[in-house]
Design a protein around this ligand. Sequence first.
Ligand code: RAM
Length: 352
Amino acid sequence: VKKSNLGRLARLALAAVLAIALAAVASACGEKRSTEGAAATQTAAADERLKITYIPKNLGNPYFDAVVDGLRRAAESENYDLEVVGPAQAGATDQISYIDAAVQQRVDAIAISPNDPDAVAPSLQKAMAAGIKVVSVNSDMNPKGRQVAILPTDFSRLGAFLVELQGSVQGDRGKFAILSATSTAPDQNAWIEGVRAELESNHRYADLELVDVVYGDDEPDKSFTQTKALLTKHKDLQGILSPTTVGVAAAAQYISGTPQKGRLALTGLGTPDQMRKFIDDGTVEKFALWDPAAEGDIAGRLMAGMARGTLTGRPGETFEGPDGQLEITPEGQVITGPPVEFTKANIDDFHF
Ligand code: RAM
């Protein structure tokens, strides 16, 4: 064998070894891919304990703690372990690393309260491609990123509801501003749009004027400062509507220490536990919310059913919720329930 042939043989041998190695890697990948593919259609056994991850907008917000209570309630009957992870702040891209980590851990399902309708969608698409069930909780998002969206209430009616609430505390007239959460929050933005539509279309509110929308980012300090700034900027402001539990509590905190207490018409969506003292001291006459735990409970039942293959998560499907039958709408949404108004008369009946 000539030297040159030796070299050629060596190269051939190396190529063969490489080919075998590559084939092995490819087959391993193929196996992995087919496992994933199988997971995408196959389901967990009826008695298997599932792993579910919930990613709230941010940690430390009592509203999402109540959603977690509902998810934990469902965990008992649905037999799953729940992990709650999320960012400290509710920025548009802050949840992505938590989604990716849940995919790495091969959880059975992910529930997320998205901080942005699109930013989280690509990571959630990867999760679904790996066979993980994905539901959006508290708002919808880009439908490519989720299978079902659990809405806390009927979004098509909430705008009118909030205007009626605001109108009722300021006599359907005068200027008011909105103190929202983050500027990208899909739930908040849908509701603000609904408020504007109602103001424009309903003659009853011809004298009620929305003059500003500001963002407290669901941070108490920033929401407090934004309230103060609103009152400085608009000397004739008569009301503030804050459709976020963090915002309305922080605004009440600020207003309660000013001569505007009891005069400025402040209302919004708050938790009874955070707002009780402001109802008691007259800073707020009334506010509203639904039961955040109910949507957590619904999400838990739905995800477990989808992971076990007893539910598909497709439009038109019905399933048993905590308070009766629920149906997935043609848009792939599940609507939890109507809002409740809280006043001095009933607030002590509610604890969350
Ligand atoms: C806040 C969040 C959430 C909203 C509730 C009412 O905690 O911003 O988006 O639904 O309040």
